[in-house]
Design a protein around this ligand. Structure first.
Ligand code: GLU
Length: 411
């Protein structure tokens, strides 16, 4: 299955559960608008290179469309389309007044200089400025983009449309951003992980956690869970994995990665393992926080963790999801688990529009409230309907989107 076929598969399961008519299914599945653009820049060497960029605006029945820009070599229309649909559900699950969108450029950012990255981003916005906007579609960071890129987006958009800080979220806190946005996705993952432990009557100090990915999401998840006294026994990034039975010194690993160009390569505080070994480790909780599709038919049988928290988007392919569900593995789905990022994006956007500065305490408090409420709603829905947490989350999201679509009418 391609990523979009996977999204469609889960969508159909939830639509069946809700008894949605075919006409509504099609209306909710097909994106409102899909844009593909050419982004041609001059490299530092003087070479002219053309990249392909995308923005898929999936749905706006509950508010302006919202979702990140991903810069990664694997970005293509099918992936962006599926991630856009996922955003529609995600914003509905945490009940913030947005629809869903996603965009990106097929590019390896590690091969770009800072100036090339800036030129690429500004050219991308030159091509897209007419279809985004603070009341239309609001981009944010995703894989391969960060607060620096968001600052360039705001600055470039403003050249066309005047001062509009709410056109993009995930900006630097010092440049119209909000404190706590960078940690928000990881923190949200941590908050719901503790909720799962609470529901299962497990104690954090007796909980061994393995986290795949040590970028923004993975590292903040590790820090939050370490602060909550969970034992983070394994971490990894693109350079490989690390294991320590007594628990990794998470703060030391973060310091190391920050000083080492955001890479754990050469870290000596733990034994070396591979990314594949990390996924198959005998731990209490596995948190994939990197690429999509890392758990598929080829390794699903060998996954030993009884609980998986999807910090990444679509880390489990549907075929593997089925195998794991049959074995009774509890999976907290991406549309709930990693919704902390877009939740704090909403606070940032609200702050920009009110010209009122929120402080970190308030951001954290409201994030905790939003994630807790969404978790409880989804957990109860799953219990009531006797379905997986993924189906329950899709049901909660889809029901809200379908309702708004119906209320808006047709004309
Ligand atoms: N890219 C993030 C996600 O997948 C954040 C989106 C946002 O803040 O709009 O949820």
């Amino acid at each position: 299955m391609t990523p979009f076929e996977a999204a469609q598969f889960y969508f159909t399961r939830a639509a069946d559960e809700l008894g949605l008519p075919d006409s509504m299914r099609r209306r909710l599945l097909v994106a409102k608008r899909e844009v593909q653009v050419q982004v041609t820049i001059e490299m530092d060497s003087g070479e002219i290179v053309t990249f392909i960029g995308y923005r898929v605006q999936h749905d706006n029945s509950r508010g302006p469309m919202k979702g990140g820009f991903r810069y990664h070599p694997q970005v293509d229309l099918d992936e962006v389309r599926s991630l856009a649909a996922l955003m529609t559900l995600k914003t509905a699950v945490v009940n913030i007044p947005y629809g869903g969108a996603k965009g990106g450029i097929a590019v390896d950012v590690h091969k770009l200089s800072v100036r090339e990255l800036e030129r690429l981003t500004r050219k991308f916005i030159d091509a897209l400025h007419d279809v985004i906007g603070p009341d239309i579609d609001i981009p944010a960071p995703d894989m391969g983009t960060d607060s620096r890129v968001m600052a360039w987006i705001m600055n470039q958009y403003n050249k066309y449309h005047g001062f509009n800080p709410g056109v993009v979220t995930g900006k630097p806190a010092e440049y119209y951003g909000i404190p706590g946005r960078e940690e928000a996705t990881g923190r949200g993952v941590g908050i719901v992980t503790l909720k799962v432990l609470g529901r299962l009557g497990r104690k954090p100090p007796q909980t061994r956690v393995a986290i795949q990915g040590f970028g923004n999401v993975g590292s903040h998840t590790a820090k939050f869970l370490r602060d909550a006294e969970c034992k983070v026994v394994a971490i990894s990034d693109a350079s490989g994995g690390f294991y320590r039975a007594d628990g990794i010194d998470v703060l030391a690993a973060i310091r190391y990665s920050n000083q080492n160009n955001r890479s754990l390569a050469g870290y000596t505080g733990a034994d070396h393992i591979t990314n594949a070994e990390l996924l198959e480790m005998d731990v209490d909780i596995l948190i994939p926080a990197a690429l999509g599709g890392v758990i598929d038919e080829s390794n699903a049988e060998r996954i030993k963790a009884p609980i998986i928290i999807e910090a990444a988007n679509e880390p489990i392919r549907p075929e593997a999801d089925h195998t794991l569900a049959e074995r009774g593995v509890l999976i907290l789905p991406d549309v709930l688990a990693n919704a902390g990022g877009v939740t704090v994006s909403y606070f940032e956007w609200a702050q920009n529009r009110q010209h009122y500065k929120w402080n970190l305490d308030r951001v954290r408090q409201e994030l905790e409230r939003g994630m807790t409420q969404a978790f409880e709603t989804v957990w109860d829905e799953a219990k009531q309907r006797k379905v997986s947490l993924r189906t329950a989350a899709y049901v909660v999201g889809l029901e809200r989107v379908a309702k708004a679509t119906t209320l808006a009418g047709l004309e």
